[in-house]
Design a protein around this ligand. Structure first.
Ligand SMILES: [Zn+2]
Ligand SMILES: [Zn+2]
Length: 321
């Protein structure tokens, strides 16, 4: 499924077979998760996608032509981080997620809304057994980025989650496993998302335009809405953190300094490192994280994106070729 012009629907296209360059694998795709970042790419909210582009960066499949790390027939995950330079000051200090020259699957490299993909095997991830392809796909971004977002909130006990979609439904399971208390904030009137959050163990779920029932120690923002930043800062206690987990957000409104005062921290999360991937994929079966998915045939990618845009997806949407 090809994005030729930003803002236009994807189009089913016959493309040349991907060829494995040096150090690359060809992977026969079993499932590819749909992420909000895909919507930002399709809508032109991220600069310079490599058009014409196959989106998708939560790819699960089997290696057809083996490399050195993975043999033919092995199952791998292909995540967002597709390549880094290994040389810049970020790469050399364990922060490859910030690499100046990083390339991203389904954005600046071809992605997984397809039947096959070529991927640099150094950035492919081994997947835990016990997760069928469909259930494994959302672990690769919703899970990974969600986990990094939670980790950057430190040892916060009372955690608020703003936006209860794919990332949140995974993060809440990890956070509860770590003994934290969870509060879920959704769009006003989104009773389904609030009920889903309670089912997964949130002790409170309500609309984001209402005050939190008690002070929070951290807030994780997954919804791409800038006005949630001052709302979340207002909800966290002195010394608390607000972590923005998305790649794009609408503008943050002006706010009084007193919301940040008291050593509150506001930060973002950018991308993932391979170490995040290995750590999270080892942790997921221990929790155990269970992902809730709705599957769509690959050719219905536009419909899956529309459902995500409309807030209609419970858990994560996944495309199956
Ligand atoms: Zn680099
Ligand atoms: Zn993503």
């Amino acid at each position: 499924m090809l994005l030729e012009t930003v803002g236009a629907p994807l189009r089913a296209a016959e493309l040349a077979e991907p060829r494995a360059g040096g150090g690359e694998l060809v992977v026969e795709i079993g499932a590819c998760g749909v992420c909000r970042t895909d919507l930002h790419v399709v809508d032109g909210e991220l600069p310079e996608p490599a058009l014409p582009l196959v989106p998708g960066h939560q790819v699960v499949g089997r290696v057809t032509a083996g490399g050195e790390r993975f043999g033919a027939g092995e199952r791998v995950g292909v995540p967002w981080l597709g390549w880094t330079c290994g040389e810049c000051r970020f790469c050399r200090s364990g922060r490859e997620n910030l690499c100046d020259r990083a390339r991203f699957t389904g954005y600046t490299r071809p992605g997984g809304y397809a039947e096959r993909i070529a991927a640099d095997e150094r950035f492919c991830l081994r997947l835990p057994d016990g997760y069928p392809d469909l259930q494994a796909a959302p672990l690769l971004c919703a899970g990974l980025i969600g986990y990094r977002t939670l980790r950057l909130a430190g040892d916060a006990e009372r955690v608020g989650i703003y936006g209860f979609g794919a990332a949140a439904h995974i993060v809440i399971q990890v956070a509860l496993h770590q003994g934290r208390r969870l509060f879920a904030f959704t769009r006003a009137g989104d009773d389904a998302a609030q009920a889903f959050a309670r089912e997964l163990g949130a002790e409170w779920a309500g609309p984001s335009d209402e005050p939190a029932p008690e002070e929070l120690d951290a807030a994780l923002i997954f919804a791409p809405a800038g006005p949630l930043v001052p709302a979340a800062l207002r909800a966290v206690a002195k010394g608390g953190s607000v972590v923005c987990g998305g790649i794009h957000m609408s503008d943050i409104p002006a706010m009084p300094y007193e919301l940040l005062w008291g050593e509150r921290v506001l930060r973002s999360v950018a991308n993932l490192t391979r170490a995040d991937g290995e750590e999270f994929l080892a942790l997921a079966p221990e929790v155990p994280v269970r992902t809730e998915v709705e599957s769509h045939p690959l050719e219905d990618a536009n419909e899956a994106l529309a459902r995500l845009r409309g807030g209609l997806v419970r858990g994560s949407a996944v495309l199956v070729p």
